[in-house]
Design a protein around this ligand. Structure first.
Ligand code: BTN
Length: 253
């Protein structure tokens, strides 16, 4: 039986198979987003903490991890020029889902804009900082519930973890490796304009095309049948069109 992947083996594998030439793994930090932002080293790199004391979620929310059990990681990516910037938030949850279907033992779904779900419960979330300046730099923060089996009361009914889904403990370093490799492959595809498979995955994992939905955009809620969806637009009832980047939430009605 093989043991857990060591930091050294993980770093070597990432450097060999992905653009992430450097791994920094700390026991604790405020947030890996700031750890990555303050790092002066070159190129694309990975920042992993066993515990964040001020983990950040989207829209100013907090993000909690269970020390030593979950995965809090920021991928700093440089030199990333995308045909459409919204492809990044659209595709990162798809990468997580593709990387972790097997470990979860169940097909994972995504919820626009940033969540990965399993059996109707949240497994992972994504927070992306940076707007792709001239250097094309982004901080892609990913939080995954890996080995925690208990949640605080406010999350108990809505969250899950890989351990709960699979029935056994998972190697967090191997989870990180699988997500990093999926992300690297996805970014290479997007940069080369090979977007068709990602658009197909986006539609499939969202699971909303042709169904009645409610979406939040331009400060209001809109209801209708989702008749078209791509990386530019969302269309309701064949007529009402919203830029995907302006859609703040999208649910089954
Ligand atoms: C969300 O679901 O609202 C997004 C959660 C993102 C959490 C990750 S954990 C690693 C990185 N560091 C943070 O402080 N946040 C992201």
């Amino acid at each position: 039986m093989t043991g857990p992947l060591s930091d050294a083996a993980l770093a070597t594998e990432l450097a060999r198979t992905t653009r992430f030439a450097r791994l920094r793994h700390v026991a604790e930090c405020d947030t890996t987003q700031d750890l990555a932002a303050s790092d002066s080293g070159p190129g694309s790199a990975v920042f992993w903490a066993d515990h964040q004391t001020r983990g950040r979620g989207r829209e100013g929310r907090d993000w909690h991890d269970e020390p030593g059990l979950d995965l809090a990681v920021t991928f700093r990516v440089t030199g990333l020029q995308l045909p459409q910037p919204v492809m990044l938030p659209a595709c990162v949850p798809l990468c997580i889902a593709a990387a972790l279907d097997h470990a979860a033992g169940t097909p994972l779904t995504v919820k626009w804009p940033n969540d990965v779900f399993a059996r109707g419960r949240k497994l992972a979330g994504v927070l992306i900082d940076g707007r792709g300046d001239r250097a094309g730099s982004f901080l892609i923060g990913i939080g995954i519930n890996v080995n925690r089996t208990r949640f605080p009361p406010e999350l108990e009914a809505t969250a899950t973890s890989l351990a709960l889904l699979s029935g056994h403990e998972q190697d967090r370093a191997a989870v990180l490796r699988d997500v990093a490799q999926a992300l690297d492959g996805c970014l290479a595809d997007l940069q080369a304009d090979r977007t068709a498979p990602w658009l197909a995955a986006f539609r499939a994992r969202l699971g909303l095309l042709g169904r009645p939905v409610r979406l939040q955009a331009r400060g209001a809620e809109h209801r209708g049948t989702l008749t078209a969806l791509d990386f530019e637009h969302v269309v309701l009832d064949g007529a009402r069109e919203f830029p995907l980047g302006l859609v703040r939430a999208m649910h089954l009605a």
